[in-house]
Design a protein around this ligand. Structure first.
Ligand SMILES: [Zn+2]
Ligand SMILES: [Zn+2]
Length: 231
C-alpha cells in the first residue's frame, strides 16, 4: 500500500506542470477541471477530490490522500473555494430518517440549514454552467465537458432530493405545536424502522406513515391555542 502511495508521489513529483497527473486516478491533470488542496498544494481532478472528500466523515480532519497532511480547504483554478455538497446517494428511507432526527435534535434550524445547502447547490449549478460555457469556448476535450455535465447531473439529483426532504419536513412541522410534532416524529421513526426491517424480509409492506393524499377531508383547521390570560 505504502509503495503505491510512494509511486504516486514520485509520479506527481516527476511530472512537469504540463504533464502533471491527478494523484487519485493517475490521469493527466489537464483532462478535467482540477483543484489544489491547501496548504499542501497537491492537485487533483475536482471530481476525484470531491468524491474522495465525500468518503471521509465531515467532522474529522481530512488528510491529503497523497501526503497525509491535514487539508484546510480545496481551491479551484479560479481561486475560489470548492466545497463538497451534501452527499445524497443514500436510500430514501435513510434520508427521511436524517430529516426526522434533524428535526428532533435541532428543530427548525435543521430545515434552515437544509435550505442553505440547497441554495449552495443552486449556486454550484450556476457556476458549473459558466464553467461549461468557458470550456466550450476554450475547446476543451469532450472528457473535460462530460466531467462538468456529470457533476451537474449529480448536483441536480441532490437538489431534487433536498426539495423532497424539505417538503417532507414542512408537512411534519405544519402538524401543530412542538409536542404534536415530536409525537409525529417518533411515529414516523417507528414506521421507518418497521419498513426497514420489513424490507429486509419481504418487500410488500412498504407504507410510510405520512401518506401523501389526505387533503380531501379536513381542510387544516388551525387549532389556535386559545391562550387564556393569567392574571
Ligand atoms: Zn483524477
Ligand atoms: Zn498533500
Amino acid at each position: 500500500m505504502a509503495s503505491v502511495v510512494n509511486n504516486v508521489v514520485a509520479a506527481v513529483a516527476n511530472a512537469s506542470n504540463d504533464e502533471a497527473v491527478c494523484g487519485i486516478c493517475l490521469d493527466a491533470l489537464d483532462r478535467k477541471r482540477s483543484v489544489t488542496l491547501k496548504p499542501c498544494n497537491h492537485q487533483f481532478h475536482r471530481t476525484c477530490a470531491l468524491q474522495w472528500a465525500e468518503s471521509v466523515r465531515p467532522d474529522i480532519d481530512r488528510p491529503c490522500c497523497l501526503c497525509r497532511s491535514s487539508v484546510r480547504e480545496m481551491v479551484g483554478r479560479n481561486g475560489r473555494r470548492v466545497v463538497r455538497s451534501y452527499p445524497f446517494e443514500e436510500e430514501e428511507l435513510d434520508m427521511k430518517r436524517q430529516v426526522l432526527e434533524g428535526l428532533l435534535n435541532e428543530g427548525d434550524s435543521f430545515l434552515i440549514s437544509l435550505n442553505n445547502t440547497r441554495d449552495q447547490i443552486r449556486k454550484m449549478l450556476k457556476e458549473s454552467e459558466i464553467e461549461r460555457a468557458i470550456a466550450e469556448k476554450q475547446r476543451q476535450p469532450d472528457e473535460y465537458v462530460v466531467d462538468i455535465d456529470q457533476e451537474g447531473a449529480k448536483l441536480e439529483k441532490r437538489k431534487h432530493a433536498i426539495d423532497n426532504l424539505l417538503e417532507y419536513g414542512a408537512t411534519i412541522t405544519a402538524l401543530g405545536d412542538a409536542a404534536t410534532v415530536a409525537c409525529a416524529i417518533s411515529r414516523e421513526l417507528e414506521a421507518l424502522n418497521r419498513s426497514n426491517s420489513d424490507l429486509a424480509s419481504e418487500e410488500e409492506d412498504g407504507h410510510y406513515a405520512a401518506e401523501q393524499s389526505h387533503n380531501e377531508d379536513t381542510d387544516s383547521d388551525s387549532d389556535s391555542g386559545s391562550e387564556e390570560e393569567i392574571r
